[in-house]
Ligand binder design. Structure first.
Ligand SMILES: Cc1cc2nc3c(=O)[nH]c(=O)nc-3n(C[C@H](O)[C@H](O)[C@H](O)COP(=O)(O)OP(=O)(O)OC[C@H]3O[C@@H](n4cnc5c(N)ncnc54)[C@H](O)[C@@H]3O)c2cc1C
Length: 602
């Protein structure tokens, strides 16, 4: 049984391991004697608990019991920016995080790469992903879980370029300290799949050069980026950055949905006093900010959630608030404006054999402001191909061609039977995608009702600006070159004439709800417009200079900031999560230094 102990080195290691584990084993035996089994904590950290454990209730006047007293910081949304921010602030101050979703740690859809598509396809109320469809007719998703978008995303990790940092007015030294703070804990080098190697070589062949190897940096050419999936395909999320927190000063409540921010409007400027949230049983609570100077509510609810919350709390376009009878706290017509989403178009590359699954690993960073990436294969479950989610599905034609009322299960099955052969191959295979950096086209967000659980209406106006459309046309030409390159054809074994078929497959796959035209594969511009999907990098809604100041303070009110992707005018780098997490850490350090100077110790 202990064959491995035959080598002297192995024996030494075994004895050493036994020695260091002895006290633990003994103490666990001793506690077994007293029948005190160590308790499994599904929330991982002691400072996380359900929202219903909060003591105050808005039905009575607010009373604190010592534990639920006031907080120096209340962070709304424990997402990609919210977690690193809260962990940092808790070093010196009391922090309450209110997150509407549950924990990611025990959620298999979140934890494993192979479940990426299944997680997005889960449209139940308890899903970590809340689906929405923009008025453009494009499927989309937003996170509803501690760790936010980092729990449902494709995991690719790449920093912003120096020009972005400069435009943001950030201190480059602190930026360069904040990225590694994130990377040490949750970022990995990917194990490159064959297909991603083929993309790398094809990009170099068509001139997206030089090859920059594996790097987190944003540099022109072709590179391999980082990932938050480890080599076992296990996801590490922003929620794990809470490991940095001071557990004495942090409290994280899950299933805590904030309904509005509360203001004292008796002075010259509205001043935040706290927030109202509901727990998992639907009971309301009020959490209060401390009266100490510097205390703040910080909105980190993401590009959909933060503008929505400002409006629900009375900050936004006057007419819109009046329409929904929301009492006006401060008129600001810019809230919900300047929304943008980087349009993505794909060429589906079919395969008869299932291909090893990979999300994004290789990226081509071109000089024309276009990024080229690929995603291959599906998770192990055959069902993951047949789930109706945006670009991930072969069922979408149903949604675009059949009126909503007729979308019955039989119709779904009939559609799958009809299209199984061709589209199954497409979704079995892979897709090469191109996405536009910094689109000029802008959209907006507006409330449909006052229920915070419901998605607001979101419009991105993909390709409204002709320059965006022209760039897409050039990008599709580049991707066509990639799929006809020698390296690529060698690998995929498909012949050149099939490129036209690939384009028409991409149109037929009906990956969105937009009408299709007959000339889709002849006119590249039409192809772009009709097959546009999202890469989920939407941003804006609380832009710097319009809704917040450069240090993210909400203009015109006291004690309120927004720190998340809603403040970005453009998506940083090829993919934003690295910079969103970095910003959480960066802003936390900035705030501590401003309040405490050297005493902050960060
Ligand atoms: C499917 C998908 C794939 C992606 N792939 C990548 C990728 O590979 N690489 C990459 O870099 N980026 C990727 N992104 C983008 C990236 O994940 C997001 O840009 C980033 O996570 C946004 O961070 P955030 O902090 O702004 O918002 P979020 O991370 O969404 O955080 C907002 C948090 O606020 C909570 N919240 C909202 N409203 C309330 C409320 N009223 N009360 C309490 N809590 C609330 C939400 O539940 C959420 O946890 C992807 C995104 C998606 C959706």
């Amino acid at each position: 049984m202990f064959w491995f102990l035959q080598s002297p080195m192995a024996l030494k290691l075994f004895l050493f391991a036994l020695l260091i584990s002895l006290p633990t084993s003994l103490s666990s035996t001793a506690s077994k004697g007293k029948e005190q089994k160590p308790k499994f904590n599904p929330y991982r950290y002691k400072f996380i608990d359900k929202a219903s454990t909060f003591a105050s209730s808005s039905s009575s006047s607010f009373s604190s019991n010592g534990r639920d007293s006031t907080y120096d910081y209340i962070v709304i949304g424990g997402g990609t920016a919210g977690c690193p921010l809260a962990a940092t602030l808790s070093r010196n101050f009391s922090v309450l995080v209110l997150e509407r979703g549950g924990v990611p740690f025990t959620n298999a859809n979140v934890s494993f790469l192979r479940n990426f598509h299944i997680g997005l396809a889960d449209t139940s109320a308890s899903s970590a992903s809340q689906a929405f469809v923009s008025t453009d007719g494009v499927y989309n998703a937003r996170a509803r879980v501690l760790g936010g978008g980092s729990c449902i995303n494709a995991g690719f990790y790449s920093r912003a370029d120096a020009a972005f940092v400069k435009r943001a007015g950030w201190d480059p030294k602190l930026v360069n300290e904040s990225y590694p703070w994130v990377e040490r804990e949750i970022v990995h080098q990917p194990k490159l799949t064959l297909w991603q190697k083929a993309l790398r070589d094809s990009l170099l062949e068509v001139g997206v050069r030089p090859f920059n190897g594996f790097t987190y940096d944003h540099v022109s050419g072709t590179k391999i980026g980082g990932t938050i999936f480890d080599r076992f395909g296990r996801r590490h999320t922003a929620a794990e950055l809470l490991a940095y927190a001071n557990p004495q000063k942090l409290r994280v409540l899950i299933y805590a949905t904030v309904q509005k921010i509360v203001f004292d409007t008796s002075g010259t400027r509205p001043r935040v006093t706290g927030v109202i949230f509901k727990d998992e049983n639907g009971n309301q609570h009020q959490a209060l900010l401390s009266n100490r100077q510097g205390s703040e509510v910080i909105l980190s609810s993401g590009a959909i959630g933060s503008p929505q919350m400002l409006m629900l709390s009375g900050i936004g376009p006057k007419k819109e608030l009046q329409r929904l009878k929301i009492p006006l706290v401060l008129e600001n017509e810019h809230v919900g404006k300047g929304m943008a989403d980087n349009p993505m178009n794909t060429i589906l590359v079919p395969s008869k054999q299932p291909i090893e699954q990979s999300l994004i690993q290789t990226v081509g960073i071109t000089k024309m402001g276009v990024y080229v990436e690929a995603s291959t294969g599906f998770g192990q479950s055959p069902e993951s191909i047949h789930t109706h989610y945006g670009v991930m599905s072969d069922k979408n034609e149903l949604f675009s061609t059949i009126p909503a009322k007729q979308r019955r299960p039989e119709a779904t099955q009939a559609y799958i039977r009809r299209n199984k052969y061709q589209l199954h191959e497409a979704f079995n295979g892979s897709f090469i995608l191109e996405k536009l950096a910094y689109p000029i086209s802008r959209g907006h967000l507006s409330l449909l009702n006052t229920n915070v659980d419901d998605n607001p209406s979101v419009t991105f106006n993909y390709f409204k600006h002709p320059v965006d459309l022209q760039r897409c046309v050039e990008a599709i030409r580049l991707v066509s070159k990639v799929v006809t390159s020698k390296r690529f054809l060698n690998y995929t074994q498909c012949d050149k004439q099939n490129v036209h078929e690939m384009l028409s497959l991409s149109v037929k796959a009906n990956i969105n709800l937009r009408p299709k035209q007959v000339n889709d594969t002849k006119s590249m511009a039409q192809f772009c417009k009709d097959t546009v999907v999202t890469i989920w990098h939407y941003h804006g809604g609380c832009l710097v200079g319009k809704v917040v100041s450069p240090d993210r303070k909400v203009l015109g009110v006291n004690r309120l900031r927004v720190i998340d992707g809603s403040t970005f005018d453009e998506s940083p780098g090829t993919n934003p999560q690295a910079t969103v997490m970095m910003m959480g850490r960066y802003m936390g350090v900035k705030i501590l230094r401003k309040r405490l100077g050297n005493k902050a110790g960060v």
